[in-house]
Design a protein around this ligand. Sequence first.
Ligand code: ADP
Length: 886
Amino acid sequence: MALTPMMRQYMEIKEKYQDCILFFRLGDFYEMFFEDAKTASKELELVLTGRDCGLEEKAPMCGIPFHAANSYISRLVLKGYKVAIGEQVEDPSVAKGIVKRDVVKVITPGTYVDSTNAEYQNTYISAIFLNENGYSISSSDISTGEFKVTSFQLDDSLLLDELSKINPKEILIDSHFDSNKVQMITSIIPSLITIKDFSLFSCSEEEMISQFNNYSDADLDINCKVVSSVLMKYIFETQKMTLSNINILERYYIVNYMTIDSSSRRNLELTESLKEKNKKGSLIWVMDKSATSMGGRTLRKWIEEPLLIKKEIEYRLDAVEELVNNIYLNEDLREALKSIYDIERIVGKISNQNVNAKELLSLKTSLQKIPSLKKELSNCSSPYLKFIYDNLDELSDIESLLTEGINEEAPITIKEGNIIKDNYNEEVDSLRIAKVNGKEWIVALENKEREFTGIKSLKVGYNKVFGYYIEISKANYNLIPEGRYIRKQTLSNAERFITQELKEMEDKILNAEENLTTLEYNLFIDIRNKVEKQINRLKETAKLIGILDCLSTLALIANENNYVKPKINEEGIIEILDGRHPVVEKVIDNGEFVANNTLIDLYDNEILLITGPNMAGKSTYMRQVALISIMAQIGSFVPANKANISICDKVFTRIGASDDLAGGKSTFMVEMWEVSNILKNATAKSLVLLDEVGRGTSTYDGLSIAWSVIEYISKNLKCKTMFATHYHELTKLEGMLKGVKNYSVAVKELEDNIVFLRKIVEGGADQSYGIEVAKIAGLPENVIKRAKDILKDLEDNSFKENMNSISTTDIKDDKNILKETTTSEEVATTKIEKTKNDTENIQLSFSTLEKDTILNNIANLDVLSMTPMDAMNELYKLIKEAKQLI
Ligand code: ADP
C-alpha cells in the first residue's frame, strides 16, 4: 500500500519541520497528523480522529478551523511548542493535480508576538556561541525590532547572569555545545532550547550588511559576528520574510552595567516576587507607573541594567529632578504620553506587513501628540530632557499622510474597502460616486416600477447568486405587465425578474465596488510602504518617547512616595538617612514602616554585622540598602530622607533558603554554592548581603562557616558587606577584625515576651531570642519550656568556652601569620589540634543535648493512647537512638 498523494505531500513538508507541530491547510481547516495530532489533541483538548492515508491503518488526525488558528497557536507556543504553518501556495483553481503547499511561517516561543500581552514586555530569542576567545550572546525581540549582541570572557557565571537578565523564551545553541552546559543553562533559565549546527546555519556577511544599516561600523568581534548571523538566519527561516524593523545591530558591553547574578536578581525581587513569581511585590511593581508600553519596557531594562558611570547616572537623575520639581510640567507630559500607543510594535507590524488600518490610525493619534510633548519640553534645562527635545522628530509628514489617507471609520480587515478617506484619491472618489449613484438609481427604479405596475409590494433586491432582481408576490401576478420583465427565479410565494437595464446597472455597481476595494487596498499598501520607508525615524522617536516616559515615571513615583535625589559618589561610602524598603513600605499598613539609617564606608564600617532575632527586620533592612543602591544607579530617586550612594560594580545577595532539588542541590548546598560564588567574584567595589549564612547546617558548623566567611571578606575582599545573623556570638568580631561594626535590631523585652521595634541600633544583640520568637509563632508551651532548659544547659556548659577559645586563638594565629611566614607550619598544626579539641567539645555538648531529647521523648510518651503496634515501633526507635549515643 502506498501513501495518498496528499499524504505524500504532507510527509515531504513534515520531514523539513520535524521539531514543529505542522498545521496543514486543508480547505477551511488546519489539520494535524500522526504524533503532531496526538500532542495537539492533548494540549488543545481536541477530538482525535483518523484519516485514510493510503496505509492499512488510519492516520491519527485532529484539526482546527483556520479562522480560529491564532488562539490555538498561541496556546501551543506558550507551552513551549513550535508551530509550522503549511498553507496552499498556489491558486486551487489553476492548480494541476494536488495544490502545492508549503510552510509560510514558523512560530516559536522566542519569535511569537503575543498581541494579548498586556504587560508589553519584550519577548527575546537569544543565540549563544562560544570558542576559546569566550562567549557571545545575541538577542532579538522581533516585535520591536531590537537586535543586540555582546561578547565576554569564557566565564559560565557571566553567561548565566547575562541570560537571566535577558530571560529569553528560546535559546539557539550550537550542536557542538557541551550537554552539561545546556543543562546548566536550562536549570536557571526555563527556555526552549533549539539546537543548530552553527557552522552550517548562518547568514552571509552580505546578508548581514543588507539587513543592518550599521553592520560595518558596529565594532563586532568574530564571536559577535557568528552569533548574530546565526540568530538572523533563524529569524529569516521562521519568518520567511525580511523584517525591515530589524535594521540596527546594537553592540553592548556587559562591563558597562552593574552585575547582579541570577540568584541575587531573584532574591532582591527586582522584577518578580520570589514566592508568587509575579510582578506584584517586586521593585518594578512599585516603580512601573509608565504611561506607554515603550516607557514600561525602558524602565524594565533600566531596572535590569543599573549604570556604573557617575556622569550617566547623573544625566538621568538631573532630568528626573527637573520633572520632580515641576509637577505641572510632568503632569502635562503624562497626559500627552497616555494617548501614545505602542509605536515600536506598530512599526513591527508594518515591517511584518500585517498592520491594519486601525493600527495606522493609532500611529497617527500617537504622532499627533508629539508636538505637544515638544512644546512642554521646550523650556527644560536638564541636558537629557534638552536632548530629547532636540531629537524628537515630530514626523509630521507621516502624520499628515495618515490623516489624509486613512478613513477614521476604517474596519479591521484591509480587503473589504472603506479604508481610504474621501478626497485622498480622485479615482476612489469617482468610484464611490458611481457606487452611490448606482444605488440611488436602484431606489428610483423600484419607485418607477411600483408606479408603473401599481404593485405596492414590488421590491428590488440583491443576492450574491442572482445579483439584482425585481420581486413580485404571488398575489400580484395578474398585475405583471406582459413582456416587461424577464423571469429569473420562482419562489414558493413570489417570482423574481430582471430587466436588461437593471443588469447593465448591476454591472456598473458591482464593478465600481470591486474596483473600489482593489484600489483602496492598493492605496493602503502604498501608504504602508511609504511609512515603512521612514522606519528609522519612527524607531528613534519611539525610543525617545520610551525614555521620556521612563524619566517622567521616575519623577512621578518620587513625588508620590517621597523619594529623594541621591548624591552619587565613587569613594566607597553609602550613607542613608531614614532609608525605607520601597516594596515593604507599600505592603504594610500606611505609616507603619520604621525608617533606618545606614553608614558603610572603607574604614570602621565596612562590614556591618547585624544581629537580632528572626523576624526582627534584618533581611528587610539589608535588602533596602541594596535596592536603594540599585535605584540610585538606575537614575531614580530613592526612599530615604537623604542618601549618598557609592557606585557599586556588583551586588550580591545570599538571602533566604532555597532548595534546588531539581538541580540536585539541597538547601545547604545552594547556600554554600551562592556564598562561594560571592567570595570568588566580589570586588572592593561590590555590595554583598549575606543573610544567615550557615543556618542550613548545625549550629557549630554554621557558626564556624559564618565566622570564617567574615574573616575572609575583611582580609581579602574588603567589599561593602552587610551580614545578618541570629548567631549573636559573632558580635565578638567587632574590634577583632578591621571594618567590622556591630548593629542590631532593637527589641523590647517584656516580662516573658519580646516586641520588635524594627529600629537598627549600634551594638550587637547579646542573645538570639529564638525561643521567644518560637513562642510568638505558637509552639506548645511545654516545648518552649523544655527549650529554655536545654538552652540554659548549653550556655552553662561548653558553648561559651568554645567561643572564647576560638576567638583568642584566632587573633593569635592572625598575628603569627602577619609576623612570620616561616612559622606557618606551626600555625597550621596548632589550628588542626585546636580543631580536634573543638570537635570533641562540640560532640560532647551534642550528645548531652540528644540524651536529653531521648529522655524527654520517653517522659512524654502517652502509653495509654498507643496501640500495641505503636508502642513496639516507638520502643524500637528509642533503642535505635540510644544505641547511637553509646
Ligand atoms: P528577619 O530577617 O530579621 O528575620 P525580616 O526582615 O524578614 O526579618 O522582617 C520580618 C517582617 O517584619 C517583614 O516581613 C516586615 O513585615 C516587617 N518589617 C521588617 N522591617 C520593618 C520595618 N523597618 N518597619 C516595619 N516593618 C518591618
